[in-house]
Design a protein around this ligand. Structure first.
Ligand code: C2E
Ligand code: CA
Ligand code: CA
Length: 784
């Protein structure tokens, strides 16, 4: 739109300039021709006047000669001298017609009429001439007679004395004027002012012009100056002069040069100039249009390109033709477009890719997954890949090294997948792999291949490390038809496989529900203490040799408001994951020591065993809390035993050792729980400041049937004793187990065979009964 405005402006401007120039030329030409025509006409008029003067004199002289010849004619003289009127009249007429005069007149010496074709009134008209002739001998003059104009010549007739005056007159007619016109190309008119109007006697003008002349006010024809007159729409250049006459109103000769005629050749010239101007204007129009187009077209094209670029379309290159400034601008535009396109591509790439590995990021991966699912038909596998022990690598070898490990892991995954598959980094040490077109059977194999690729030893700057990873997998369409569901289920499978350390796992149906239940439990757990849903049970630990109940292990119980009793095996890991475990541990310590205090009041002196989780070891404030708690409930520190699982101690051995020393400093005792399930070495074990090891129940429960278990139990007892530790077996479910343990020299036993976990009161009752029974057995033994 704007460019059209610009184009119109340009066209108007160019045309305007050309037209003004043309008009100025025409005006100058017109002005100059008019000036030259006027001055030429003025000259013509002056010349004409002089010509007319001669013309008129010649005619007068001819007339004079004729009248002199007549006055000298002997016959005529004789006729005049005869005094006979008829003779005089016929002689006069003969002579007049012979020389072609229009009027002939004979006057008496005193001036009165004698003969001739004129009324006596004519004699009066000639009176002036007569007077002149009496002194000069002859007279010439123009005379108005009977409304006509004549040129008269008058001479005396002497025989030998004056006998009469004779005059000949020739009428000044239109033909006379036309003769003059033929000679000079000027119109001549003879006129006399008659009051307000003008009497025209003769004229070479056409009748309309003559009438127009007659209608002119007399003043406009008087005077000798040249002036412009318009007669019947024709334009003339006019001057007039008074004719010599004797008496009466003066008669004037008006000479007119036709301005129109004089201008006619110039008019043709002017028309040609005008035509040329019009042509020049047209050419200018064309040129202006072409120029404007050549200017506005590239501008319009650039404007279109700019709008296209604004819409985000960079596909069309701008390739201007020519080498002018517009082409320069066009090339600059093209450069700009390419720059924008490249930058946008880069920004888009950055927005969708991980800067470290160059792999697609979570957002892009989700998009890709969604659009892959949108294409129906083939089956796919969504793999969640998580590097094992990456945090450890990062912490011990540094972030730079960690970054290179991630980069390498990404590369390996990329190389191990096929063309259409997607590898993305979700964040941290977590990758997503989307396998296209795989059936559930192959999926596991393909995942194993990926894992094998990741497990190749990795040589990085003088360090060789063994990478390991876990892969959780969900299949489409079996495990879900939305990206979100598939990702969540792959994530659940990953979580499970991390727990089980099996490398690869496919999502098991129902796990999602478990996951949801876990989420709910994690949320609800926070309110369990305040809601009074947590309670404690106690399971006795009995000294095998003496049958004494030495300790009670506190085991937490949760009765969920809606779901009923929840097993600690389920909610303890959730409490660890949500961080609630610190509060829970404090709850157990507080309440179990309170229970111990109550037992002591009733005379039951039992040690209390409390389970700590791995995360509790990270709680730097825990030793202070334990100390404080013991003081508050007035429990001697050596009556408290904290149980830590082997795997918890092995997570960060140095830290664990430091923490255990802090706890031991209070005076409490420490036990390694679930011994035999972790991967501790003897060297590590030696560093742990513990008092007791608890053989895991998985070895104890079937030890009477399974000789391997029995061997493990026996060597563990020996190991413990060699290290100066007390050994306790948990999961004692039968008399057989108890007897075997006694034979093997195990110090203590705990298990359903002795007692299930009981509440505080029930345990006290059980303990009293057990001691009594034991005492009875002992007495029976002694008696036997
Ligand atoms: P644990 O520390 O090994 O506790 C012993 C578990 O074995 C208890 O299960 C107990 O009921 C069970 N048990 C005892 N005797 C037998 C037997 O003869 N046969 C069999 N099959 N099982 C027996 P519970 O109470 O369900 O606790 C499970 C685990 O939950 C505990 O294992 C412990 O690791 C954890 N836990 C329980 N209470 C707490 C707590 O207050 N704090 C922490 N951190 N963990 C706790
Ligand atoms: Ca325990
Ligand atoms: Ca245990």
């Amino acid at each position: 739109m704007a460019s059209r405005h610009f184009r119109n402006k340009l066209v108007f401007l160019l045309i305007g300039v050309v037209l003004v120039a043309q008009l100025a030329t025409v005006a100058v030409v017109q002005f100059a021709t008019e000036r030259s025509v006027r001055s030429k006409l003025g000259d013509d008029l002056e010349l004409g006047e002089r010509v007319w003067q001669r013309f008129h004199e010649n005619r007068g002289n001819q007339l004079l000669e004729s009248v002199l010849v007549l006055a000298d004619d002997y016959g005529f003289k004789a006729a005049v001298a005869s005094g006979d009127a008829a003779t005089m009249a016929s002689a006069l007429d003969n002579q007049a017609s012979r020389i072609g005069a229009d009027r002939a007149l004979l006057l008496a010496p005193d001036g009165h009429w004698l003969a001739g074709g004129a009324t006596p009134a004519a004699a009066a008209a000639l009176a002036g001439m007569l007077q002149q002739a009496q002194t000069a001998g002859s007279a010439q003059s123009v005379v108005v007679l009977d409304g006509k104009l004549y040129q008269f010549a008058l001479v005396p007739v002497q025989a030998p004395s004056l006998v009469a005056w004779v005059a000949l007159g020739s009428q000044i007619t239109d033909a006379y004027a036309r003769d003059f016109r033929t000679l000079t190309s000027l119109d001549a008119s003879f006129l006399q002012a008659e009051g307000a109007r003008t009497q025209v006697f003769a004229s070479s003008l056409p009748s309309e012009g003559r009438a127009a002349l007659a209608a002119l006010p007399s003043a406009s024809t008087e005077g000798a100056q040249v002036r412009n007159v318009a007669l019947d729409e024709r334009h003339y250049f006019s001057m007039s002069r008074e004719l010599p006459s004797n008496g009466g109103a003066p008669v004037r000769l008006a000479l007119q040069g036709s301005l129109d005629e004089a201008m006619a050749p110039f008019a043709a010239l002017r028309n040609r100039v005008l035509l040329l101007s019009a042509l020049a204007g047209l050419v200018a129009l064309l040129v202006a249009w072409l120029v404007a187009r050549s200017v506005s077209k590239p501008v319009a094209e650039l404007a279109r390109a700019a709008r296209r670029i604004a819409r985000g379309d960079y596909s069309q290159p701008i390739d201007p033709k020519g080498r002018d400034e517009f082409a320069d601008l066009g090339h600059a535009f093209d450069g700009m477009q390419q720059g924008i396109a490249q930058r946008e591509e880069r920004i888009l790439f950055q927005a969708g890719h991980d800067s470290l590995t160059g792999l697609p990021n979570r957002a892009l991966a989700l998009d890709a997954l969604e659009s892959a699912i949108a294409v129906e038909g083939s089956s796919r596998a969504v793999l969640m890949v998580d590097l094992d022990r990456f945090k450890e690598i990062n912490d011990t070898l540094g972030h730079v090294f960690g970054d290179r490990v991630l980069d390498e892991a990404g590369k390996r995954l990329r190389q191990a997948v096929r063309g259409g598959d997607l590898v993305a980094r979700l964040g941290g040490d977590e990758f997503l792999v989307l396998l296209e077109d795989v059936q559930s059977g192959q999926a596991l194999l393909r995942a194993q291949e990926l894992l094998a690729a990741l497990r190749e030893p990795l040589d990085l700057v003088s360090t060789r490390i063994n990478l390991d990873a876990s892969i959780g997998m969900a299949l489409y369409p079996e495990h879900g038809d939305s990206a979100e569901t598939l990702l969540r289920r792959a994530d659940i499978a990953l979580y499970d496989v991390k727990q089980s350390r099996q490398g690869v796992a496919v999502y098991e149906s129902g796990r999602d529900e478990v996951h949801l239940r876990q989420l709910q439990l994690m949320g609800d757990l926070r309110h369990a203490i305040v809601g009074g849903q947590l309670s404690l049970q106690f399971q006795p630990k009995v000294e095998i040799a003496s049958g004494r109940v030495l300790h009670a292990e506190a085991l937490v119980r949760w009765t969920h408001a809606a779901l009923g009793p929840i097993r600690p095996d389920e909610f303890i890991p959730l409490a660890e994951r949500s961080g609630f475990i610190h509060e829970l541990t404090r709850f157990v310590l507080e309440n179990s020591l309170a229970q111990a205090a109550r037992w002591r009041e009733s005379g039951l002196d039992l040690g209390i065993a409390v389970n700590l989780s791995a995360i509790d070891l990270m709680d730097a404030d825990l030793p202070d809390f334990v100390f404080d708690c013991l003081q508050r409930h007035a429990i001697p520190p050596e009556r408290l035993i904290l149980e830590l699982t082997e795997s918890a101690l092995m997570r960060d051995v140095n830290y664990a050792v430091r923490m255990l020393h802090r706890l031991r400093a209070i005076g409490i005792r420490l036990a390694i729980d679930d011994f035999g399930t972790g991967y501790s070495s003897l060297a590590q074990l030696k560093r742990m400041p513990v008092d007791e090891i608890k053989i895991d129940k998985s070895f104890v429960m079937q030890m009477t049937e399974d000789s391997d278990d029995a061997v493990i139990v026996r060597s563990t007892i020996e190991l413990g004793h060699n290290m100066g530790l007390r050994v306790i077996a948990e999961g004692v479910e039968s008399q057989g187990s108890l007897s075997l343990l006694e034979k093997l020299g195990c110090d203590m036993a705990q298990g359903f065979f002795l007692s299930p976990p009981l509440d505080g009161l029930a345990l006290a009752a059980w303990a009293a009964e057990f001691s009594a029974a034991k005492a009875a057995v002992a007495i029976a033994d002694i008696r036997a």
